[in-house]
Design a protein around this ligand. Structure first.
Ligand code: AMP
Length: 445
């Protein structure tokens, strides 16, 4: 685009007004690339992370279509279906539609598990222009005849890679099979490997492809540091770091990532005891408790939110100044997602990662993905030189993958057999084994 403002895009006045009220002047790269294609009616395969502005990239053309064709939805019908992996993302996406569509007539429905089904059923009765849903509850409601999907004009699959961590590919295809052939389909994913490519091949028709901000570019915007530390000193290091600014008043919003839900709870409690107001957010918490923690974080009542990957993915909290990887993620992709919580929409941010000797192989995997050497901060009081040596030692690095995991991690944590990791590869074991038995649980995360 030569004129890089929203004014240059063929969007209706009510949308432009809402964007200007929101303070957006310039489309982000994915918006500049996707909006014209989507307005022309193409299917889209977009490789893009949260934080790139992808929600508006799909919401604006959808709203434009609804604006151009003001038909009232028929009872129980759905004109736009957006599938997203988590409740938090669903709420955020629905909010974005409402914000950008605030000057037009628009009905937005929201469907996700973990809360009573009745209000969701009622909201579907009159039909909706846009339904944002997590797959499990959507299938439940669909099977109970609470909605028709045969009038869907636009289908968005958001965070498809993440969705496949929780949902079997055939369930997504099952949903897609209920949709009319003649629809526009958009698939967003941070990666395009394996099953995603397969899914894309099944769902999309002659899609245009956009690749925005691959991992390396996203990560480059964030100042990053590695702190080598023995596992048992991590908590003291965190308290030291967070307390540095000192008087206990929440000055900044800081997001701390742990590997497990229990770890998140424990850490939040300990931090609060140490005088740093904190709360935890993870998949075992009720929707109300998660929303409450998020609100407390957003309005500054607490300055630290301790989160697990699934719960935090896509959470859009403004002004996160610091992300701390208390535990390094098992999947290197998650590193990019985590640090993307700071430096949102062009702002700068700091991401600090604690690395114990058992996590060196994870750090190496991250380095390979983002193709950057992350600067090391050895100036903190808990610096563990043996871990740094292990990291620098190339002979140890060479077998960093599965073998390192076998030797270290599981000897260190005998009290959690089988919780979350296998003994061999560090893969999650709580994925859906049998759809029937595990579906509710996995979708509720
Ligand atoms: P998303 O990737 O959709 O989660 O968006 C990331 C953040 O960028 C959200 O806080 C949006 O409100 C914000 N954002 C999206 N598009 C723009 C834009 N064109 N200008 C400024 N901020 C934006």
């Amino acid at each position: 685009m030569t004129d890089s403002s929203f004014e240059a895009l063929p969007l209706a006045a009510p949308l432009k007004r809402a964007l200007s009220e929101k303070g957006y002047t310039t489309p982000s790269p994915i918006q500049a690339a996707a909006i014209p294609l989507l307005l022309e009616g193409h299917d889209l395969l977009a490789c893009a992370q949260t934080g790139t502005g992808k929600t508006a990239a799909f919401a604006l053309p959808i709203l434009q279509r609804l604006h151009d064709d003001k038909r009232k939805p028929r009872p129980y019908s759905v004109r736009t279906l957006v599938l997203t992996p988590t409740r938090e993302l669903a709420v955020q996406i629905a909010d974005s539609f409402k914000t950008y569509g605030k000057h037009m007539r628009l009905s937005v429905g929201l469907v996700y598990g973990g809360v009573s089904q009745r209000p969701q059923e009622r909201a579907l009765k009159d039909g909706v222009d846009v339904l944002v849903a997590t797959p499990g509850r959507l299938l439940d409601l669909y099977q109970q005849n609470c909605m028709d999907l045969d009038e869907v004009e636009t289908f968005v699959l958001d965070e498809a890679d993440h969705m496949l961590d929780m949902v079997f590919i055939h369930d997504l295809r099952r949903i897609a099979k209920e949709l009319p052939e003649n629809r526009q389909t958009l698939l967003f994913s941070a990666t395009m490997a394996g099953q995603i490519a397969e899914l894309a091949g099944k769902l999309l028709r002659s899609p245009r492809e956009i690749r925005i901000a691959p991992a390396a570019t996203t990560a480059e915007k964030v100042e990053q540091k590695i702190l080598f530390v023995q596992q048992e000193n991590k908590r003291a290091l965190l308290t030291h770091m967070l307390g540095e600014h000192g008087d206990g008043k929440p000055a900044e919003l800081r997001l701390v990532f742990t590997k497990t839900k229990h770890g998140a709870n424990r850490l939040a409690t300990q931090l609060s005891k140490d005088g740093i107001p904190a709360d935890a957010i993870h998949g075992n918490k009720t929707q109300a408790a998660r929303q409450k923690a998020l609100n407390r974080f957003r309005n500054g009542e607490i300055s630290v939110l301790v989160a697990t990957d699934v719960a935090a993915r896509g959470i859009d909290v403004k002004d996160v100044t610091l992300v701390v990887n208390y535990d390094l993620p098992m999947e290197p992709d998650s590193y990019v997602h985590r640090i993307g919580r700071t430096a949102r929409a062009g702002a700068s941010g700091l991401a600090v990662s604690f690395c114990s000797s058992e996590e060196v192989y994870l750090l190496n995997a991250i380095g390979r993905l983002i193709r950057q050497d992350i600067p090391i901060d050895a100036e903190h009081p808990y610096h563990a030189e043996p871990v740094a040596i292990r990291y620098r030692n190339p002979s140890k690095r060479r077998d960093d993958g599965r073998n390192a995991n076998k030797g270290g991690q599981h000897r260190k944590r005998p009290n959690r057999p089988g919780r979350g990791h296998t003994a061999s590869g560090g893969k999650r074991v709580n994925g859906p084994k049998s759809f029937a038995s595990s579906r509710r649980k996995s979708f509720a995360r």
